[in-house]
Design a protein around this ligand. Sequence first.
Ligand SMILES: C[S@@+](CC[C@H](N)C(=O)[O-])C[C@H]1O[C@@H](n2cnc3c(N)ncnc32)[C@H](O)[C@@H]1O
Length: 195
Amino acid sequence: MSNQAASFYNRFSFFYPIIEVFLKPQKVKLMEEINTLASGKLLEVGVGSGTHLPLYQTHQITGIDISSAMLNEAEKHKQSDTILLKMSGEDLQFEDDYFDYVVLSHVLAVASNPEKLLEEVYRVLKPNGKVLILNHFTTNNWLRYIDTAFNSISGLFHFNSLFKIESFNAIKKFTLIKEVGFGRFSYFKLLIFNK
Ligand SMILES: C[S@@+](CC[C@H](N)C(=O)[O-])C[C@H]1O[C@@H](n2cnc3c(N)ncnc32)[C@H](O)[C@@H]1O
């Protein structure tokens, strides 16, 4: 786990409600997709402030985060059977083949070692389990120049503006089964992969 990333998110947590205004429509769609899936054990890595936790309807939820401040906020929104733990997605303290689903919502682009995080997700997912990845994705059109220009300073905010899912080796172990877009001009996408 990166202590710098944890302390950044501890300080950033008070500001996060403003960011969330822009992320909320996609997260509502993510929750709709998740709630259509058969009930099972679900791990959310980088649960953040957890304002979306009440929207989970079907699954047994475990949420983890490296930031205590984010987890304190998430405690206010969790349902009675939700488990919240301070833990890094890059070093999951769960046995192999444990979860039916893993949710990565705006976390892969901020993780210190996203490759390791994906390896860990693969390990803890049951065979045929699903990982749902909601993120901004750098496009192949002119918008990629904005991501490229911003990438050198985005590190100061602990995220990578240049984000291409195919750049991760670990993603090749999964099979893409569904892609949900959010309109022509949105560069957010929800990708659902099977182990
Ligand atoms: C941009 S916020 C996204 C929060 C939430 N998933 C959402 O969609 O609103 C990223 C969160 O991931 C957490 N995070 C960053 N790196 C992490 C890691 N390696 N393991 C677990 N959580 C991490 C941060 O502390 C922060 O709460």
